[in-house]
Ligand binder design. Sequence first.
Ligand code: TRP
Ligand code: SF4
Length: 329
Amino acid sequence: MERVLSGMRPTGRLHLGNYLGALRNWVALQDKGYQCFYFIADWHALTTEYADPTRVAEYSYEVALDWLAAGLDPERSVLFLQSKLLEHAELHVLLSMITPVSWLERNPTYKEIRQELKDRDLATYGFLGYPVLQAADILIYKAHYVPVGVDQLPHLELTREIARRFNYLYGDLFPEPKPKLTEIPRVPGVDGRKMSKSYDNAIYLADSPQEVWEKIRPMVTDVQRMRRTDPGDPEKCPVFDLHRAFTPQEDREEIIQGCKTAGIGCIDCKRVLYGHLMETLGPIHERRKGLEVQPQKVRNIILDGSRKARDEASRTMEYVRKAIKLWPL
Ligand code: TRP
Ligand code: SF4
């Protein structure tokens, strides 16, 4: 069976953008019968959040809740926490020996994120080595496919280069993993900008139905449509971007028609969206509420998953140690 692996940095509760851009696809891969390994990349989060690790821990728990609520199933997928797998650290150190610094310095996300997070000191060894750790995460499970967004392609290419170099130096051990590109739809936040935790415009999987409606109701629409009698243009409306993701084709046609002819008002339109949105979010919200009162259960699911992951990771590490032959006996 083909193996899929992916990770997520715990940087907060998951919102619709995270759901549509990654999580929904992870669940679909699980449902298609791939052997899936999904992990919370808390060490990766620490590369930028090292000054405040308690938040990383909190978010790891929140992410686990969101995953289970959204339909990742610990019976079928291995769900685990990176920092429980010391094997990742061992492989990371070994891969760091063979990875040229120039490969890391030319990594586009390295430059971009340092620009973005100017308030933090990211001139650290750990941050530069971010993709080496990611390569270890992937190669240790000999994953065939890695579902990621385009932003992660440079990291995956580096993983492939590191695998080739390892195989060349020590013998063929690692298959080169392929990206499984997730089509990332445009997911605007309630202010019309890209949905993001840092813009404070996000709809969270954890939001109650009421909170969801209170965010949708005042959401920015086609700015040209000022009065109820003005016709609007769904192509210029962030509300319609959400319709694309959640509303079935037929109802969407009606919205387009109604909007362009001023047949419907924006509040009517948002009510329709809310209805369809809740078809997805309602069950997620219910499951999340059920799990929130059982933190010990969530904790055990992740610890069990980490044990399952260790079976695989430690097997690979035995081969790695043999390949490098550090001890003559
Ligand atoms: N770098 C990824 C991100 O920011 C997270 C990640 C860490 C990851 N290790 C991974 C993704 C291994 C896929 C495979 O989204
Ligand atoms: Fe946007 Fe809907 Fe209003 Fe048209 S009717 S402008 S699609 S919210």
